[in-house]
Design a protein around this ligand. Structure first.
Ligand SMILES: *[C@@H]1O[C@H](CO)[C@@H](O)[C@H](O)[C@H]1NC(C)=O
Length: 136
């Protein structure tokens, strides 16, 4: 046998062995929130649409959908909606009656939590209404 053809066969065998690497498509869907966008101002107790990007959504999503309100660095246990269809891409919610502030965001839980942009909620009450209750 010729050395070069044996070497070539070895290379082809190595290449063939490397091909059975199948891409495994995991059922992990992390939907990106598209509305409210950064700087949006919502008024408490109005109806608003939350929207998210459904591109790449798997046919079935095992985990339960959950939409929460976050303020600053705190993902407070405030549930806006639960058990809706993550593949729908939008959901109409009632903006909760909270203190006026500009550091709210939403967290959309599919297979993992995904923070949306920071926006403002306006109500008739701001943080000065609770200053006197500070436990400093
Ligand atoms: C939310 O979106 C739906 C569908 O586009 C629309 O019918 C509805 O009026 C929207 N709601 C608000 C509060 O904008």
């Amino acid at each position: 046998m010729h050395f070069t053809s044996a070497l070539l066969s070895l290379c082809l065998a190595a290449a063939a062995a490397a091909t059975p690497l199948h891409l495994v498509i995991l059922d992990v869907f992390v939907p990106r929130i598209t509305a409210p966008a950064a700087g949006t101002v919502w008024t408490s107790r109005t109806q608003q649409n939350v929207t998210w990007d459904v591109s790449g959504a798997p046919a079935s999503i095992s985990n339960e959908a959950l939409l929460m309100l976050r303020k600053g660095e705190l993902t407070a246990p405030f549930i806006l909606a639960k058990g809706f269809d993550l593949r729908a891409g939008s959901l109409e919610i009632t903006v909760p009656y909270v203190l006026t502030d500009s550091d709210y965001s939403l967290v959309l839980f599919g297979d993992s939590g995904n923070f949306g942009p920071v926006f403002t909620i306006q109500s008739d009450t701001d943080s000065s209404a609770v200053e006197d209750f500070s436990l400093a």
